[in-house]
Design a protein around this ligand. Sequence first.
Ligand code: ZN
Ligand code: ZN
Length: 365
Amino acid sequence: MKMKAAVLYENNKPIRVQEVTLDDPQNQEVLVKLVATGVCHTDLHFIKGEMPQPLPVVLGHEGAGIVEKVGPGVTSLKPGDHVVLMVAYSCGKCRYCVGGRPTLCAEWLGYHMMGTLPSMTKRLHHDSQELNHFFSQSSFAQYAVVHERTAIKVREDAPLDRVCLLGCGTSTGLGAVLNTAGIRAGESIAIYGCGGVGLSAVMGAKLAGAGKLIAVDTMDMKLAKAQELGADYVINASREDPPQRVKEITGGGADYAVECIGNVNVMVQAFSSIHNGGKCVIAGMAPLGAMLNIAPFEFLLGKTISGSVQGDIRASIDVPKYADLFMAGKLPIDKLVTRYFGLDEINEAMSALEKGEVIRAVVRF
Ligand code: ZN
Ligand code: ZN
């Protein structure tokens, strides 16, 4: 079929919106008519070439839409189902998937690096040229063909132009706090970075009943949003020393700190914000090759530093649950979306994201 898609041909160049061809879904794949897709900082990292990805590529990895057609062997979905497309495919069979940590799946990164679907083949073309898939998804397009395990069914009354954020950023922030940190009611937490991931972490901490909930950023607009979402204290890092302030507020350091930016200096600050025996979670994605400089002596104080991939969620359980919490008014993810764009405005959306003019931008089809 013919459809409109946003194709990146060269790093640091504008994305081209053009007509491309999408092949039919094959074994265990579904065709999804996209209704909306989040525009994530991760897309921006790949546009800039900070992370490896074969080109040309149709970016986008927070799609949500309606299943239009299913390929042979599909058992979990049928036409008409509403789905959120996940950034991370999980095979369901490797040691990580079987062990309950599907975001660590041994397979998905390989498909991503090759720009293919899990079948190791591609469904996207422009004339005779094959186009690469992005995270086996490519949601900056009117339609996507994905493996059925990439598409998580959600309730039909959940607005897809908001729950699309559960495909990556919002699940990452919520999960970093609820799963990786494992915060319990009354515990204190400092969240570094109040973009889409950080503010989702704030929501997760609020939901879990955090005691002192502290948000750190350099932009007052974002800190105001953090307060709206439940932060008890905000620290503007351009005016104050965040670790020192966190220690003052908590009386010696927070139980948890979560870094949601991907900046090694901020990671050091987050680690410095926890008390002895505290836990620091790194949810941000630093550029490839960056190194983290912390004193190993701190480990003798019982401090923990822990990585978090996509918030350690189990998508098939957690995404429908988060959608339920949103619909019940307990998880206001709609407050993250500050601007909607059309697919033709994808470059404007990217630039608004880069300049920090939007918390979360969403493309509606
Ligand atoms: Zn797996
Ligand atoms: Zn993302």
